[in-house]
Design a protein around this ligand. Sequence first.
Ligand SMILES: C[S@@+](CC[C@H](N)C(=O)[O-])C[C@H]1O[C@@H](n2cnc3c(N)ncnc32)[C@H](O)[C@@H]1O
Length: 255
Amino acid sequence: MLRHPGRFIILLMGMALLPGQMSVAATAEENNPTVNEASRINATNTANPPIECPLRKQGINPHELKPFAETQKYIDFLERSDRAAWQKPDAVITELHLSGNEKIVDVGAGSGYFTFRFARAVPKGTVYAIDIEPEMLRHIHHKVMTEGVRNIEVITSTPDDPKVPAGADLVFVCDVLHHVKKPEAWLKKLSMQMKKGARLAVIEFREGDLPEGPPAAVKIPRKKLIEMISENNFKLERDNPDLLPYQTFLMFIKR
Ligand SMILES: C[S@@+](CC[C@H](N)C(=O)[O-])C[C@H]1O[C@@H](n2cnc3c(N)ncnc32)[C@H](O)[C@@H]1O
């Protein structure tokens, strides 16, 4: 059972509306030179930009995606209200020492739990939400549009390529590495996509019997985590074992 069925329906309606709105707009624009002109003016008006679907731009037809059956449950799981008590998002953001104009990349962004918090922390910067699941990115994009957030962009990646855009100042990877099938090869690509001096923040669940986190079999032991990342041209800058009760927080610098 969904915990927020009302929210689920509203979300579905919103999801169904966005592509529909776009196709209606496109037809009207094609047939009407005045609308066409208005759209051109609109496209250059940064205060009122056109609605564009980032999934379509990346070759994915939103109509072909599954309706939000399981995705919504996963979003609810990631956004559950008791998560903040141990995930401590404010403490994590303080630990990142942001100046407000960075280009942050949230790889494996999921529901955007950190993405939206980053967007508020870097009002003059840009946050890229990357995930292999277009459904999660659709959720983020919908929230971006309905809440009028100006500094979040979404990018779909593939399981073996993080697709970090050039020039990132900080790459943030929370509870993602244990999902990656070939983490060494993935980290190698990630490293090649990052500039020298850029920072990589990694959060993963600790080993041991904890009230939160994935099964022991999929956890990456802390020592192995540091080795794997360090071997890919990263220097461990900060290891803050007391920041989070159930997770390791590590900060690396790209050599
Ligand atoms: C446990 S969720 C964490 C979401 C988010 N980082 C957070 O802390 O709330 C893991 C996310 O990683 C994504 N993911 C799994 N494998 C991935 C990969 N190879 N590249 C990028 N994202 C991946 C999943 O689709 C999922 O959204």
